[in-house]
Design a binder for this molecule. Structure first.
Ligand code: DX5
Ligand code: ZN
Length: 225
């Protein structure tokens, strides 16, 4: 059964870049709610991926919001550029921002929803004082840098704590889980309080295609979600 409260955000990191446009159309037709774009700079994480040029190309095909995950140092230097390229959500890492409060304000100023991502070692308390400034929290359930890694189950308790923190403030916030999401892990992430699943490998590398990958994720959600 489909559950519309739960959003699925395929990560194009696992897409076939020779046919990126077609793959995005397939994901949309298959029921994706957002397109997740992983931007890596080779400094904050040990990998280099894509930049505003790719966001711009995706924006030409996509009819659903673009969720741009910046795994880069000094993200404030590029906010305007990503917003102009078509980003709807811009997520920065707590660990990459000296002045997180200021940067989140700047994300809203360029017209985007503000997201904050937490590496596995970063506690919920690191964002407690700025929770009212974020519309999206990305809980990294792998160490960022690569697709296809194993889900870190210890992050479930963190998702619960963040959901409780947000509820206590009555903050309307999406909690994303990012990394190692597949039909075996999605259920517990949602029971813990996440409501957006970011998934690369299990969607784009599904043997029966992208739509089947999305369907399997939704089918694996517990009835309580
Ligand atoms: C990791 C990225 C994730 C990644 C998820 O640094 O932030 O978005 O693409 O890929 P899978 O689903 O393969 O773990
Ligand atoms: Zn990501």
């Amino acid at each position: 059964m489909r559950n519309s409260r739960i959003k699925i955000a395929p990560s194009i990191l696992a897409a076939d870049f020779r046919r990126l446009g077609e793959q995005i159309s397939e994901a949309q037709a298959g029921g994706a709610d957002l397109i997740h774009i992983d931007v890596m700079d080779g400094r904050f994480v040990p990998n280099i991926t894509m930049g505003p040029l790719v966001v711009e190309a995706v924006a030409k095909v996509a009819t659903i919001p673009l969720d741009v995950h910046l795994m880069i140092v000094e993200p404030e230097r590029f906010l305007r550029r990503f917003a102009d390229s078509g980003a709807d959500i811009i997520t920065v890492h707590v660990e990459a921002c000296q002045h997180l409060h200021r940067v989140l304000g700047q994300v809203n100023e360029v017209g985007c929803r503000a997201g904050v991502a937490l590496n596995p070692h970063t506690p919920p308390s690191s964002i407690a004082e700025i929770l009212d400034m974020v519309q999206v929290i990305n809980v990294m359930t792998v160490n960022p840098g690569f697709g296809g890694q194993r889900f870190i189950a210890g992050m479930l308790a963190k998702i619960k704590r963040l959901r409780n923190l947000a509820d206590a403030l009555s903050a309307e916030v999406d909690i994303e889980v990012d990394g190692g999401i597949n039909p075996a892990t999605i259920g517990e992430a949602f029971e813990a309080g996440a409501n957006v699943a970011i998934a690369g490998t299990c969607v784009f590398e599904h043997e029966r295609g992208i739509a089947a990958g999305i369907d399997e994720l939704r089918a694996a959600l517990p009835a309580s979600c």
